[in-house]
Ligand binder design. Sequence first.
Ligand SMILES: NC(=O)C1=CN([C@@H]2O[C@H](COP(=O)(O)OP(=O)(O)OC[C@H]3O[C@@H](n4cnc5c(N)ncnc54)[C@H](OP(=O)(O)O)[C@@H]3O)[C@@H](O)[C@H]2O)C=CC1
Ligand SMILES: O=CC(=O)O
Length: 343
Amino acid sequence: MKPLRIVVYKALPADVEARLAEHAELVPVAADALHSSDARTADAARAALADALADADGAIGSSVTIDAALLARATRLAVLSTVSVGVDKFDLDDLTRRGIVLTHTPDVLTETTADAVFALMLASARRVVEMAELIRQGRWQASIGPAQYGVDVHHKTIGIVGFGRIGQAVARRAALGFGMQVLYTGPRPVPQAESAYGAVRVELDALLARADFVCLQAPLTPATRHMIGAAELARMKPEAILINAGRGALVDETALVAALREGRIRGAGLDVFETEPLPGDAPLARLPNVVALPHIGSATLDTRHAMARNAADNLLAALDGARPQNVANPAVLARRRPVTRAR
Ligand SMILES: NC(=O)C1=CN([C@@H]2O[C@H](COP(=O)(O)OP(=O)(O)OC[C@H]3O[C@@H](n4cnc5c(N)ncnc54)[C@H](OP(=O)(O)O)[C@@H]3O)[C@@H](O)[C@H]2O)C=CC1
Ligand SMILES: O=CC(=O)O
């Protein structure tokens, strides 16, 4: 029997790749080239990905927009498994129409990403990167003074926009670890967080006006794109810090740069950007009141391994006709494409 074919468009840990290879022929597509800043290299890699998908039963990877053009010839493709919790690189309705199952990796990265949010909060508030750079550049020649002082995190007010798995894990750290008042906004109340962490649900405008730290942890959807623009930034306190570990496009970056340059907010801690990788000459890479990280929210050895394992399990379950643990478009299950092994 001819094996199933799985397109692999991200480097995977060796044990995860070996597990997939027990069940299917793996078709690697150069992941780095897909993200090349050289348009011809990236276009060639996309063409190679489209060719590979045209003859595949499943695919696993992350950070690549899988659009209708890439799927046009993928008539056999039954499952896409993204090694991420975010599914903004996919058109879920289109996948459902095509009968393609999309799986993702929630939960396994929740605590690690919440840690990263706190790293950004602490680094931004206490100016950790800027002060470390002072030493690296040999510029620590006297005790630092008020011009270098930071602001406290403990006992301040945090406003969390997107109060799901990660947002609530941030709230737990904030309330129980740092004695912070927790405000949140989102489509529905979360009573268990209200009783466990004293969290208070408010409208976005009230959150922006009251929070010392505004933390974005909502998914990127048409409704959340640029949900923080000039008007929202203007509502924030001048001493407030914006933290974004959700998706870059939640924020209008042009408006953010203006607010940061003009000192209308104190600073920003950013793990995500509208364009990734963020070009080195982009204003957000250069402003002194920004701590910018290269999308490392879930990037620990343990968690990235757990995500890859989870993505592989999801993929194999779907190819086996079972219900995977984490399906992002459950409506597809009633009309999924059959997986038939070619003989
Ligand atoms: N920087 C990084 O490396 C990482 C980034 N992420 C990002 O974090 C996001 C959240 O992950 P996770 O917590 O697991 O996801 P969840 O689905 O558990 O949480 C997202 C929450 O946002 C809410 N939400 C949806 N729309 C809005 C809105 N307009 N305003 C406020 N809240 C809204 C959702 O509500 P409802 O469920 O009711 O729709 C849900 O409660 C991911 O989608 C991803 O983009 C995740 C991991 C790592
Ligand atoms: O950004 C990371 C994710 O898992 O989503």
